[in-house]
Design a protein around this ligand. Structure first.
Ligand code: OGA
Ligand code: MN
Length: 281
């Protein structure tokens, strides 16, 4: 068993993990420890993990079976790895740079997303994460009452329908494939119970959550805006700084995230996998 060393961040949201080599097959004990740290801290980052594609795939499979990644063409020869790339001359907004949970419009959105840093700019290009468990635990009583028992509609239409994609401006190096499938909708509970830890989560995000079910549109928009303001309070946000060869594993069932820009003139390349999740309840 490895001597795993962890350094948690404020409020036990996010932790740095050292002393384990993800390039090797993990022992069952190490895999179990990483899994329980992931459930506890929600975001784990592992510095200095030089991984080949097969090693990234093997680590992903240790966490669980792959998720299904729509609207983005995977890397050739590696159908479960997406490349998140931005070239120095691109003047478009970075991929993932509005707050979201990955693929929350799916019937069973991913449990985990894994991001491995290949090329990191000298400035900017961080990723911010917001804790949906603490957001719910601290939610003012009136907001809690307003959402109790409710469901909300999620859809990929804003970024991935043809019209939504066009409205986002031109993109060059991401292999995005907009589709009419993005018009499909999926309702999910607004308060979900984490299937492994049992903790309750406020599970909404500004990119994919369109509206509450059974609520008048302007009331729904107002309520969403108040909830997002609460969810993004500074004390719930961990601001991650990358180094090359760092790997992050986050719990997509309780965390929102948002890519940061600020690196015009520099290249940034990440490799990403997702792990299948369950239907939110
Ligand atoms: C993603 C994503 C954020 C980033 O890959 O799902 O949102 O900082 N990436 O690249
Ligand atoms: Mn994302």
């Amino acid at each position: 068993m490895s001597e795993i060393c962890i350094t948690p961040h404020a409020n036990d949201f996010a932790a740095c993990v050292k002393g384990v080599n993800l390039a090797q097959a993990l022992s069952p004990a190490d895999a179990e420890q990483i899994r329980s740290l992931w459930l506890r801290y929600q975001v784990l980052y592992f510095p200095d993990q030089a991984l080949t594609h097969p090693q990234l795939e093997r680590f992903t499979e240790t966490i669980g079976p792959y998720g299904h990644d729509p609207f983005v063409t995977p890397m050739s020869g590696h159908r479960h790895i997406l490349e998140v790339r931005r070239e120095p001359e691109e003047d478009v907004v970075p991929f993932g740079s509005s707050w979201h949970s990955d693929w929350s419009f799916q019937a069973a959105p991913p449990s985990a997303t894994i991001l491995h840093a290949k090329i990191i700019p000298p400035v900017g290009g961080g990723t911010h994460f917001a804790d949906g468990i603490r957001a719910l635990a601290t939610l003012p009583e009136d907001l809690r009452r307003a959402i109790d028992g409710r469901t909300a509609v999620h859809s990929a239409r804003r970024p991935y329908s043809h019209a939504g994609y066009r409205a986002g401006g031109k993109r060059t190096s991401m292999k995005i494939v907009p589709s009419d499938d993005a018009w499909q909708t999926q309702s999910h509970p607004v308060i979900r119970t984490h299937p492994e830890s049992g903790r309750e989560v406020l599970w909404l995000n500004p990119v994919y959550t369109l509206a509450f079910d059974d609520m008048e549109p302007s009331e729904s928009a107002d309520l969403l805006a108040r909830l997002f303001e609460h969810m993004l309070r500074a004390e719930f946000v961990y601001k991650h700084r990358w180094e090359e060869q760092m790997l992050i594993l986050w719990d997509n069932r309780s965390v929102m995230h948002c890519a940061q820009g600020g690196y015009a003139g520099h290249r940034r390349v990440m490799h990403r996998t997702t792990v299948a999740g369950t239907v939110p309840v």
